[in-house]
Design a protein around this ligand. Structure first.
Ligand code: PLP
Length: 229
């Protein structure tokens, strides 16, 4: 399949670039650590991801396997040209691993051995994060924090590169996310893992306070998501 030409929308690029600059200074005010911002484009059409790249983002996050694969195919030229890469951040069925293995650079939602095995099979020595269940919310995924050391060990045995941990805070008051984020950081320290992917539009300040090295930001950069049909 040849890549279609999806071009960035100049107005959108300007808007996203302004929000990006504001976010980067907000991060710099809060912490001296380098923090990667993954721009979450799920639910938005490919032009939004193209515009995010044109606005300077090189880490793009998606939640749904089919949506990621079609965007990655449509945007492959722009992704190559800007040196951008795709993060998979959603719940993943093992039978979808094959579809996205050619395009994912960081698997952020590895939360069970069967998924780790599928990733290791389709994307040998891939970089992964182990996702913790911080909120006990149905459908959000993640392994119990108690189970994380064993899952990290299993990933290592499979030849995967575990770069760190990922977690999603509970919806609502951002302060409610603090204890979970703190636990995630402490566990990453114990396991000698550098990356802590935590914090979204609503709770990124708390996540930065608690040691995030990577935040995943969607709606406050690219606007509210159209309803999923
Ligand atoms: C949707 C999503 C995000 C981004 O959420 P916003 O509130 O739009 O910033 C981050 N991480 C995960 C796992 C998500 O599903």
């Amino acid at each position: 399949m040849s890549a279609q030409t999806i071009t960035a929308d100049p107005l959108l690029v300007e808007q996203i670039a302004e929000r990006r600059a504001a976010l980067l200074s907000r991060i710099a005010e809060r912490t001296d650590r380098p923090v990667r911002v993954v721009c979450v484009t799920k639910g938005h059409p490919p032009v939004v991801a193209a515009s995010a790249m044109a606005a300077g983002f090189t880490d793009l996050g998606e939640n749904y396997a089919q949506e990621l694969r079609s965007k990655a195919d449509e945007l492959s030229d722009a992704v190559t040209a800007s040196g951008a890469s795709w993060h998979f951040i959603g719940r993943l069925q093992t039978n979808k691993v094959r579809l996205i293995a050619p395009v994912v650079s960081l698997w952020q939602s590895v939360d069970r051995a069967s998924l780790a095995e599928a990733v290791a099979q389709r994307a040998p020595s891939a970089s992964v994060l182990v996702q913790l269940d911080l909120a006990g919310i149905d459908g959000r995924g993640g392994c119990r924090p108690d189970d994380a050391p064993a899952l990290v060990g299993r990933c290592n045995e499979l030849g995967l590169h575990v770069e760190g941990l990922m977690g999603v805070g509970p919806p609502g008051d951002p302060e409610d996310a603090r204890a979970g984020f703190r636990l995630l950081s402490a566990l990453a320290d114990d396991l000698g893992l550098a990356e802590r992917s935590m914090g979204m539009s609503g709770d990124l300040d708390v996540a930065l306070d608690e040691g995030a090295t990577m935040i995943r930001v969607g709606s406050s950069l690219v606007g509210p998501r159209p309803a999923r049909t």
